[in-house]
Structure formats: C-alpha cells, structure tokens
Design a protein around this ligand. Structure first.
Ligand code: F0G
Length: 398
C-alpha cells in the first residue's frame, strides 16, 4: 500500500501517483513483512539480500547487483578526530552512487507498471543511474539537467548509456518542476525521489549499516542532504528493522547541507515542519545544489524523531574534508559526499557530537564523478624524461 505522510490517505501499489490526491503531500510505501532476520544468512551481499522488505516482485527485478557496499572502519581518521568512525562507501555501487539502490526498485516498478518511458531531473547522479538501469530494462529515458552545473563524469554516464539528455536553462528545482509537469501529463514515469519506490531501495543503506555492525544501531548516521530523499529513506529502513525486532536502538540522523543550499538546516534551526526554499542555491558540491528539496517534510521528521541534528558546512570545509578522507583513508569521494565528513568535524568542534559516539558517515558518490574539482585541488604532475638519474635526483630531494 502507498500512504500519504500527512493525511494518511491510502493508494494501491499499482497507482501511478507521486503526491496525495487529497492534500498534495508526499507519499510513502508501507512495507512490514513478518520475517526473522535469520532468513538473511548466507545470502549474497547485495541490497536484494533484504528482498522481503522491497515492495516489488523479487522474481523479476532489474538489477546490476547494487548495494553490499564497503563499510570501512576508519581508525586513522577516527583517531585524529577522537571518535569511532565507520564510512559507508556508496561510490562502490555500479554507477558510482547510492542512487542505484533506488533505481533498481524504481525501474523494476516501472516494468511492473508496463511503462515504456522514464525520466528525471538531476544534479547528475540520478540521471547517470537512471540511464544505466533504463538501458538494462530497455526503456526510453529522458533526463533534464541544470545547464553547466553537472559534474563531467555524471554527464558522460547519462549520455553514454543512451538517455535523451536536455540541458535546462535554470537550476535543479526548475528542472524538477518541468519534468514533474510532463510526468503528470502521463508522458513519462517519474523516477526522482518524490517517487516513493525510489526510497524503498535506498532504505537498504540503513539495513546494511546495522547488519554490518552485527545487528546493532550506531549512535549516529551522518550524511549529505540535497533533495532530502536519502536521509528519509535510511531512517525508514532502520525504523523498519527496529519494528521487526532486529535491532534494539535507533541512530540519531544527522543531515549536512552546503551553506549556500541549506533550507532544511534553516527549518530545523527555526523549529519549522517545512522549509522556505533557497531561491538561488549555490555550492561547489553540485550534487546537493538544491533550494527546494521535495522530501523536506520527511527529512525534518527523521531528524526530529531521531533526536538528530542538521548543520551547514562551507565549500572550503567540504573540499578540505574531501582531501582529508582521500589522504588518510584512501577513500575517494565527490564533494557532496565529503559534506558528511566536514559536518562531523564541525559538530565535534562545536560540541554537538560527543566523542564517545559510534559514528557512521555515508559517503554517497565516487571521486571520479567530478574529475575537474579533483584535478583543480592538486598540483600538476612534474614532467620528466624517461631517465632514472633525473627521476632519482628529484625523488631524493623530496
Ligand atoms: N550525495 C550525492 C553524491 C548526490 O548525488 C545527492 C543527490 C545527495 C548526496 C543528496 O541526496 O537528494 O537524497 O538528499 N543527488 C540528486 C541527483 C539530487 O539528482 O543526483 P538526497
């Protein structure tokens, strides 16, 4: 069943619906299987390990074996910061971001519904993922991207997998409004995270974190927030496992936004239940350059219900955390993903996060998604002749 999160109106799982007909709010899928966690034993480590919690026919899934991503204990960085730190590396998914989890369920649902065209607006990763899964399923794919603001790797992926890519004169929020209008006319099946099936896939990040910790919740999960689907999805996931009796406690959900695109942080600070959009969002972390997140209400609830927190970080803090993670732990992430590490550093400095906490930072996309930003942060290679004496004298100089 699909349910409105505000007025509780109910819809059939096969209704093509994105917002409530009754009150206009966003929706969620209800999924409460009566199973024991023993059934997960000995299953392959992909997100489909938890298939009973996915609202699609498991016999007909469209998958690239997403999920089952590395859960790295980061002792060096943890020691530096003075906390027990784990990093969930979502860049290891098939197209290099967590979006693949949502797309596997979303495209499976699209096939169940019998649609032939799918679409999304995107800051990049959603479009890369949708293009790949649509190709795998043989569906037509239409993608709207904010002109000039999509990192190179993501654009290459969307185009290379055969999506019809449009560069919109405007920002992500305007692109999303446009593609939503097309979807409501019935021209395509919308696979942005306003589609509640997307979040059903992404909730598996929460499943994996507590499974990786030996059926225990960490004290806190920190992640970047843009359109606000992922923090809502992870919270839904851990709550479902809690309700099923698989874990005893719940984590404090902590969302990090870029200073120039922080409507959710502002709402939390002002104790509001919904956001006032940022009209001109701006940040180097283009993935989260979003002013009017569609899942804001869910995200604000997740943060408040879990006794979590929301904080902003500057572009400088993001880029320095990106480099710190890459150089102390060997984990290469795109700028938006580094917002979680930058956020942790800031929250430890201002005392909001306790040093005794066990922390999981979710890093959402791979370093190679945004090669330009990475290259700009480095000095150019030294050009040398293929000559051992010359090279040796440079290396010994340090
Ligand atoms: N990190 C990365 C790398 C992202 O691509 C996104 C969102 C987020 C974090 C934020 O997640 O929107 O669920 O709060 N990217 C979307 C896109 C908007 O179009 O690729 P969120």
């Amino acid at each position: 069943m699909i349910k409105c999160i505000v007025c509780d109106a109910k819809y059939d799982l096969n209704d093509i619906i994105y917002t409530c007909n009754n009150c206009g709010s966003i929706l969620e899928v209800l999924c409460e299987p009566d199973v024991s966690r023993d059934i997960f034993k000995c299953r392959k480590s992909t997100m489909w390990k938890y298939k009973e919690f996915m609202p699609v026919d498991p016999a007909k899934i469209v998958t690239l074996e997403e999920g089952g991503t590395p859960f790295c204990k980061c002792d060096k960085l943890g020691e530096k910061l003075g906390v027990e730190l784990y990093v969930k590396v979502e860049g290891s998914n098939p197209t290099g971001s967590f979006k693949d989890r949502g797309m596997s369920v979303g495209i499976t649902k699209a096939i169940e519904l019998g649609v032939n065209t799918v679409g999304c607006a995107s800051t990049g990763n959603t479009s890369a993922s949708l293009a790949a899964y649509a190709a795998r399923a043989g569906l037509r794919c239409i993608v709207l991207l904010p002109s000039g603001k999509v990192a190179l790797g993501k654009l290459a992926q969307a185009m290379f997998h055969g999506a019809e890519v449009f560069s919109v004169r405007g920002n992500f929020d305007e692109a999303l409004e446009t593609i939503t209008a097309l979807a409501l006319e019935g021209q395509l099946y919308l696979l942005n995270s306003v589609n509640p099936f997307r979040l059903e896939g992404q909730k598996s990040i929460g499943f994996e974190i507590v499974d990786d910790l030996g059926w225990k919740s960490p004290d806190r999960i920190i992640l970047p927030v843009g359109n606000a689907g992922n923090i809502s999805a992870i919270w839904k996931g851990v709550k479902e496992f809690h309700r099923a009796g698989f874990i005893e406690d719940l984590p404090m959900m902590t969302g990090i936004q870029a200073e120039g695109a922080a409507p959710i942080v502002r709402a939390i600070r002002e104790n509001k239940e919904d956001i006032i959009p940022f009209e001109n969002p701006e940040t180097v972390a283009t993935a989260i350059r979003i002013g009017a997140p569609v899942s804001a209400i869910k995200a604000i609830r997740a943060i408040n219900e879990s006794n979590g927190f929301a904080e902003t970080v500057t572009d400088e803090e993001i880029l320095s955390a990106q480099k710190l993670l890459a150089r102390t732990e060997g984990i290469g992430v795109e700028p938006a993903s580094a917002a979680s590490i930058a956020g942790l550093i800031k929250l430890l400095e201002n005392g909001e996060v306790d040093k005794n906490e066990q922390i999981v930072c979710v890093v959402t996309g791979h370093l190679l998604k945004d090669p330009n930003t990475a290259i700009n942060a480095c000095v150019e290679p030294v050009e040398v002749n293929a000559n051992i004496e010359e090279l040796s004298s440079i290396i010994t100089r340090g």
